[in-house]
Design a protein around this ligand. Structure first.
Ligand SMILES: [Ca+2]
Ligand SMILES: [Ca+2]
Length: 108
C-alpha cells in the first residue's frame, strides 16, 4: 500500500512539474529593458530603439503597453506612471498573455 502512495506522489510531481507556472504566461507591462522592474530606463530604452540607437536588451511585448506597436506614446505613458499620473494601462503589473500566442523572444 505504501508503494502505491509513493508512486502516486511521484506521478503527481511529474505531472505538476510539467505544467507551466502562471509566471511563464505573464509579463511585466512597461519593463522594456526586461530587468524585472519598471524605471525611467525603460523609457530611455524605448526612445533609443525608436531612433535606431543600439540597446542591450529590448522586450517589445513589455514595451508596448497599449498593444498597438511600440511608439513614443508607450514611453510617455511609462513616464506618466512613474510620476504618479494615471495608470490606465496597468503599467508595472504582471499581465497574462493569450496562451495561443506564439512564444515571445525578446530582441537584444
Ligand atoms: Ca525595466
Ligand atoms: Ca504602444
Amino acid at each position: 500500500m505504501k508503494k502505491g502512495v509513493a508512486l502516486l506522489f511521484v506521478l503527481a510531481l511529474i505531472v505538476f512539474s510539467a505544467i507551466p507556472s502562471s509566471a511563464e504566461n505573464t509579463y511585466l507591462r512597461g519593463d522594456a529593458d526586461d530587468d524585472g522592474i519598471v524605471t525611467i530606463t525603460d523609457t530611455t530604452v524605448i526612445q533609443r530603439k525608436l531612433n535606431d540607437i543600439p540597446v542591450n536588451t529590448f522586450n517589445r511585448r513589455e514595451a508596448d503597453i497599449d498593444n498597438n506597436g511600440v511608439d513614443i506614446t508607450d514611453a510617455t505613458n511609462i513616464q506618466r506612471f512613474l510620476t504618479g499620473f494615471s495608470n490606465v494601462y496597468n503599467i508595472g503589473d504582471r499581465v497574462s498573455y493569450d496562451d495561443n500566442e506564439l512564444p515571445f523572444v525578446p530582441s537584444k
